[in-house]
Design a protein around this ligand. Structure first.
Ligand code: PGA
Length: 258
């Protein structure tokens, strides 16, 4: 089944408004529109969302948030709801990033609630999963991935999950310069696809896009994208410079992977 590649940039807590606008202008200005581009998404800090929504109007780049709360409204200081991020122009949202799991208390249970709210608001959810170094070294990778996938994704109807995107981000590869080898990533992606098939069906598992994240750079994207179950990338550090993000977007087999 053809899965359109998706390249997403997670800016984390970087850039002020001026820097955000100039980065977006750099990306838009450098896109080679004559080639078959992958789907492109950027997730800037929430304070820049409404300004960037304006700047991205009519462009092929979709806007995403880095997180959201599952409740519709209320006394949740510092949080944003699905409706609020949608209202400022987001069409996607990253859920359960490992930094949120490690530092801000996200769990499989809260990720499941956020996923339900995101799907209810017709936002494209990008659900992040991945093992720590200790878990990998003690042979717990598959158990951890299974728990994260089941914990976040169980209990939906397969049709509800049509827009779902998963990001496999081994924690030991994030921001460390250590990328999982293409073979390691492919093995994990295949495992995740298998879990989705077990939980739901072959139709959903073969259509869901699974991104790889963790030190994706211009010099490793082409090789990663050759793997049959790697459908794109969630890029942190290298999405903060237009030049490197553009090179990743325009990976060698862009538009031809399936
Ligand atoms: P990195 O971050 O590309 O800087 O490793 C990836 C991520 O955390 O999404």
């Amino acid at each position: 089944m053809f899965r359109r590649p998706l390249i997403a940039g997670n800016w984390k807590m970087n850039e002020d408004l001026k820097g955000s606008l100039s980065l977006v202008r750099g990306i838009l200005g450098g896109l080679n529109k004559s080639r078959d581009l992958p789907e492109i998404m950027i997730a800037p800090p929430s304070v820049a969302l409404s300004v960037l929504a304006e700047a991205l109007k009519g462009s092929p780049v979709r806007l995403g948030a880095q997180n959201m709360h599952w409740e519709e409204s209320g006394a949740f200081t510092g949080e944003l709801s699905a409706a609020q991020i949608k209202d400022v122009g987001c069409r996607s949202v990253i859920l359960g990033h490992s930094e949120r799991r490690q530092m801000f208390g996200d769990t499989n249970e809260t990720v499941a609630k956020k996923l339900k709210a995101a799907l209810g608001a017709q936002l494209q959810p990008v659900v992040c999963v991945g093992e720590t170094l200790d878990e990998r070294e003690t042979q717990k990778t598959w158990r951890v991935l299974e728990t994260q996938i089941r914990g976040a994704l169980a209990g939906f109807a397969p049709a509800d999950l049509a827009a779902l995107v998963i990001a496999y981000e081994p924690v030991w590869a994030i921001g460390t310069g250590k990328t999982a080898s293409p073979e390691q990533a492919e093995e994990a992606h295949r495992f995740i696809r298998g879990q989705i098939e077990k939980l739901y069906d072959e139709r959903l598992s073969s259509s869901v896009r699974i991104l790889y994240g963790g030190s994706v750079k211009p010099d490793n994207i082409d090789r990663l994208m050759i793997e049959p179950d790697i459908d794109g990338a969630l890029v942190g550090g290298a999405s903060l410079k237009a030049e490197s993000f553009l090179r990743i977007i325009q990976f060698e087999s862009a538009g031809t992977s399936s």
